[in-house]
Design a protein around this ligand. Structure first.
Ligand code: NAP
Length: 315
């Protein structure tokens, strides 16, 4: 059998690319200058798209690929994919859930601790010689025993809450309905009420039309001048302009963010703020998880072309 041809929309690791090349003809579309000419020549043979959670798969591109059967997303979030076109074309689609859940939850907790206890600023303080020259760093803010709100008790939200329960924190959460597996925690459906009940608000929602800007100006201001918002989900879940306004005015105490509008080129207003921890969208960025994600992308594509069920289907 000829190797199936895949349109690759972004780089994967060297390891993953070597393994994919064993089974497929990978067209590195992101390196092609004249995309129109490329599609004219190859579109009829392209059977699948290999993409990443941080990239867009426009309806226009899907329409330009008449033989397309499948889209494999490296990442759990597939908000970048035009799902209307996926459904209209009856395409198969996979993502990489579960294997990254623990790492993203670890990272969210680490971001809260780092920002509350000023780990980054205090490290800079030591390196710059300030400790020896001028003395200690100053006091920071306690974490354990405080109140947590988890907005979106999905796979990652649940693991964040589990970890924070071990810090003797009060756990409040919001989901579309109360969850039997969260009987020890408080269900608060309304995001503003959840924010009012929380010192730390973790945003762990899927990004879609209904969750867009669910963390509104009202939710942000309900956290108050000592509250912290931690976002490891998608930027679209927060009204970023309102967040910046509140961080600048002090209406919100602080934030710790792994995701941004327009990333990796982010709003420069963030750079002037010392009450926000900025991370380059690397919640799942461990060697172990990234290998597991790469394996899932490859094994879902193999399953499709061997006529088997997908391992982790989206639809
Ligand atoms: P998940 O298990 O699907 O959980 C998604 C959560 O979003 C659930 O709590 C779900 O509510 C909620 N939700 C979905 N649609 C909703 C709607 N219309 N209204 C209200 N709530 C809605 O996803 P996950 O694997 O935990 O991933 C969570 C987020 O993390 C995603 O945005 C993903 O893209 C992001 N992520 C980021 C990184 C990173 O590197 N920073 C890595 C992986 C994932 P229910 O509980 O009611 O179902």
């Amino acid at each position: 059998m000829n190797k199936p041809e895949i349109l690759q929309l972004g780089a994967y690791s060297e390891r993953d690319e070597a393994l994919l090349n064993e089974h497929f003809v990978m067209h590195r579309f992101f390196e092609v200058d004249d995309k129109e000419a490329f599609l004219k020549q190859h579109a009829a043979n392209i059977k699948a798209i290999g993409t990443r959670g941080d990239l867009r798969v426009e309806g226009e591109l899907i329409d330009a690929l008449p033989a397309l059967e499948m889209i494999a997303v490296y990442g759990v979030g597939y908000d970048g994919v035009d799902m209307d076109r996926v459904i209209a074309r009856d395409l198969r689609m996979s993502n990489t859930p579960d294997v990254l859940t623990g790492d993203v939850a670890d990272y969210a907790v680490a971001m809260m601790l780092a920002q509350s206890r000023a780990i980054v600023g205090a490290s800079d303080w030591v390196r710059s010689g300030n400790w020896g020259n001028t003395g200690g760093y100053g006091l920071t803010s306690r974490v354990h025993g405080k109140r947590v709100g988890v907005l979106g008790l999905g796979r990652i939200g649940f693991e964040i809450a589990k970890r924070l329960a071990a810090f003797d924190m009060e756990i409040n959460y919001s989901s579309r309905s109360a969850k039997p597996e969260a009987a020890d925690w408080n269900f608060i459906a309304d995001p503003v009420a959840l924010a009012e009940a929380s010192d730390f608000l973790f945003v762990a929602l899927a990004a879609n039309a209904e969750t867009r800007h669910i963390v509104s100006k009202e939710v942000i201001e309900a956290m108050g001048s000592t509250g912290m918002i931690i976002n490891i989900s998608r930027a679209a879940n927060i009204d970023e302009e309102a967040l910046l306004d509140a961080l600048e005015s002090g209406a919100l105490g602080s934030a710790a963010l792994d995701v941004f509008e327009g990333e990796p080129v982010i709003n420069e207003r963030f750079f002037a703020l010392d009450n926000v921890l900025l991370q380059p969208h690397q919640g799942s960025g461990t060697v172990e998880t990234r290998e597991a994600m790469g394996d899932l992308v490859r094994n879902n594509l193999l399953a499709h072309f061997e006529g088997r069920d997908l391992l982790t289907p989206v639809n």
